[in-house]
Design a protein. Structure first.
Length: 137
């Protein structure tokens, strides 16, 4: 069981692989696991005890990423999840944070901001990307 790993849950393989490369370059994780749906996420969490999960909202054959986050946090309250999605509407952000996500970053965010979000959430802080903050003001 590796407690210094990250899990990426994203149905588009190219995007999941790109996120994986971003995490590899950050050197914060010794292992990065890609899931293209959330079917086996509970088993993966039990096996790997990840330090961080990057979760898309729109996933095939399952509940959405926010609902999955809520279910995961109920059984793993210390789990750190960042929603990384195309949705920039405040209602999604509110639901994600209420579900227990520690961060919310849009896919429009630059790599530097995604890295900042990861660092802040790992430290125990919440992080909402600039695009959302500007949209809400």
């Amino acid at each position: 069981m590796n407690t210094n790993c990250a899990i990426i849950v994203e149905d588009f393989k190219l995007i999941a692989q790109a996120w994986g490369r971003i995490l590899e370059k950050s050197k914060l994780f010794s292992e990065i696991h890609l899931l293209y749906d959330a079917e086996s996420i509970e088993q993966k969490i039990a096996k790997l005890n990840p330090k961080l999960i990057l979760m898309d909202v729109n996933l095939p054959n399952s509940k959405n990423g926010i609902e999955i986050t809520q279910n995961l946090i109920k059984t793993n309250p210390d789990l750190k999840i960042i929603i990384l999605t195309m949705h920039n509407e405040p209602v999604y952000v509110k639901k994600a944070l209420e579900a227990g996500a520690k961060g919310y970053v849009t896919k429009n965010s630059p790599i530097t901001e995604i890295n900042k979000a990861i660092e802040e959430v790992i430290k125990g802080n919440e992080y909402i990307c600039e695009e959302i903050l500007e949209f809400c003001l």
